[in-house]
Design a protein around this ligand. Structure first.
Ligand SMILES: Cc1cc2nc3c(=O)[nH]c(=O)nc-3n(C[C@H](O)[C@H](O)[C@H](O)COP(=O)(O)OP(=O)(O)OC[C@H]3O[C@@H](n4cnc5c(N)ncnc54)[C@H](O)[C@@H]3O)c2cc1C
Length: 219
């Protein structure tokens, strides 16, 4: 199997396929797999996938399980609602609701692919069926043959564009700014437990804007 893209999807697919005995090779456009992204939330469904891959215990080492998620007004920090997460997620959904740094999730998946061949600097420009084989083509003129080519090349996927002609992503005029802040700088109004090891996920909403926060990792 040839997987195009070594992001969250491509690496997770590689781990799953290898565990089921498939031979896998990954092709990634970037010159290196660096620290990309910021905090993300992994819902119980996502944790169940990592559990199936045998990675739940590893995830827990660098992830946080928020007590609750709460919504507060953006200007006064007034509580709108608080929804327990820790107390109910495992019981109701069979897995916890976690937050983590994308880079930690990515590094964990990267480690889990073991000795799977990973070719960097390989920008895929399309994939075709040639004499019954699946062939991925790359910008430098090279190609890779496999039984199946999996397009996991993200939001500007060359493979999806070729087969589904879905055009360029549409700008919705909604912009997300991301930043990472040391815990000791988090204002009290984000939540009294903000400085503990098991803080809340919070949403400050109002006036056409929202700010969400989730804990990532200890320093
Ligand atoms: C601001 C923000 C916040 C988010 N928060 C969350 C969250 O809290 N929880 C959550 O579950 N999700 C969240 N997401 C969504 C999540 O990041 C994506 O769903 C996920 O990263 C998609 O994984 P992917 O593997 O499809 O793509 P990516 O992770 O983008 O990986 C694609 C990979 O393919 C490579 N690639 C691209 N083009 C080519 C090519 N032509 N040839 C070879 N390689 C190529 C890229 O370099 C990259 O490594 C968030 C997204 C954003 C933008």
């Amino acid at each position: 199997m040839a997987i195009v893209g070594a992001g969250i999807g491509g690496l997770a697919a590689a781990v799953a396929l290898r565990q089921r005995g498939f031979e896998v090779e990954i092709f990634e456009r970037s010159a290196e797999l660096g620290e990309v992204g910021a905090g993300l939330q992994i819902g119980p469904n996502g944790v169940k996938v990592l559990r199936a891959l045998g990675l739940e215990a590893e995830l827990m080492k660098n992830a946080f399980e928020p007590f609750s998620i709460m919504s507060v007004t953006w200007d006064e920090g007034r509580l709108r609602f608080r929804q327990p997460l820790k107390a109910i997620a495992r019981e109701k959904y069979g897995a916890p609701y976690m937050s983590a740094h994308r880079a930690d999730l990515h590094t964990m998946l990267h480690r889990a692919i073991g000795d799977t061949r990973l070719t960097l600097d390989a920008a895929c420009i399309g994939a075709d069926t040639v004499n019954g084989a699946a062939v991925a083509r790359f910008a430098d003129g090279t190609s890779a043959e496999a039984d199946i080519v999996i397009g996991a090349d993200g939001i500007r996927s060359a493979i999806r564009a070729q087969y589904f002609g879905d055009g360029a992503p549409r700008f919705t005029e909604m912009v997300a700014w991301r930043c990472i802040v040391p815990m000791e700088c988090v204002p009290e109004r984000i939540g009294p437990a903000a400085k503990s090891r098991s803080p809340m996920a919070s949403i400050l909403a109002g006036s056409g804007r929202t700010a969400t926060s989730s804990a990532t990792r200890s320093a």
